[in-house]
Design a protein around this ligand. Sequence first.
Ligand SMILES: C[C@H](OP(=O)(O)OC[C@@H](O)[C@@H](O)[C@@H](O)Cn1c2nc(=O)[nH]c(=O)c-2cc2ccc(O)cc21)C(=O)N[C@@H](CCC(=O)N[C@@H](CCC(=O)O)C(=O)O)C(=O)O
Length: 333
Amino acid sequence: MKFGIEFVPNEPVLNLASYAKTAEDEGFEFVWVTDHYNNRDVFSTLSVLSMATNRIKIGAGVTNPYTRNPAVTASAIATVNDISGGRAVLGIGPGDKSTFETLGLSGDKPLSTIRECVGVYRDLFAGKNVFFDGENIKLKGAHLDFVKKSADGDKGAIPVYVGAQGPKMLEMAGAVSDGVLINASHPDDFRFAVPQIRAGADVARRNFNEIDVAAYTCFSIDADADAAKKKAAPVVAFIAAGAPDTILSRHGINPEIKKELGAEISKGNFKALNSLVSDQMIDKFSISGDSEFCEKRMRELEKTGVTQLVAGSPLGVSKEKAIKNIGKIIRIF
Ligand SMILES: C[C@H](OP(=O)(O)OC[C@@H](O)[C@@H](O)[C@@H](O)Cn1c2nc(=O)[nH]c(=O)c-2cc2ccc(O)cc21)C(=O)N[C@@H](CCC(=O)N[C@@H](CCC(=O)O)C(=O)O)C(=O)O
């Protein structure tokens, strides 16, 4: 199992740089940074993390094809690849509809748009002059002057992962991507997702084992299990509030709760929000507890076919302590 860590750039980037160095020292192989325009810029953050670390892979987890033209995204991540000495990874996903609304963006046709993008990124990473007249993506000779021209057929040096949760996105990711980042934390979600990815790989006649299946979890570890769960509650509230009804029902949670969560979120009433989050929701939408529980849940995920465990926000009561606690589990995995 590979281990990754996710940071939301809603705190000073130099803090994240220090956490990323600790994570590297503790044996994590990937650091992922989320992309929502209202937080600090993902690629600026990745550049600073590149300078603060030596070995850990540096990933956008995940950007989207709507807020930036694909050639601009390719230039940004290829610059991170330049700075980091070849450690960049590009994660691309449909993006967050709620933030798109504030930008006046539709974000429509995500399935076909992402599929088109993956090939375009690879051609740009391979130093090609890209002419592409797709349904959603149109380029007329776009090129990156600073990347080495790869031999024909090479897909360029930067792996492309897809952020996906829905069945069609998962299947498409299995057909075209180097890895899939699945925003979920419970084994039941991966018992659903892994067969979809495998089906996509089979249709595309790809070797499923070449695809990195990453559980992009809500994670909270502390010696005091209750404190860990309390820390995770607000994040779980947002996940549950935005989850499709099918996912809530999969976990035996009445989708009606979304209305109550949404109402408290829109009022900014985070105290009331936490009181709406049940233990069952914490268990289904996060990995929260002491080291023994977290290790057990990681091993359950590995059994479903997960190949990378990404510890996501909030990480724990103290980020630094949480990273070291996970490091102890990494060393015995
Ligand atoms: C779009 C949606 O796909 P989805 O994978 O469920 O998307 C939900 C999230 O994954 C998506 O919002 C991600 O961007 C969320 N996301 C992040 N979103 C962000 O904005 N920023 C992040 O940093 C971020 C990180 C992240 C990490 C992992 C992860 O799994 C998701 C992450 C969906 O509806 N999928 C359907 C397919 C819909 C479909 O078929 N659409 C058609 C036509 C629909 C039409 O006509 O518009 C098409 O796209 O062509 C399905 O998979 O079955």
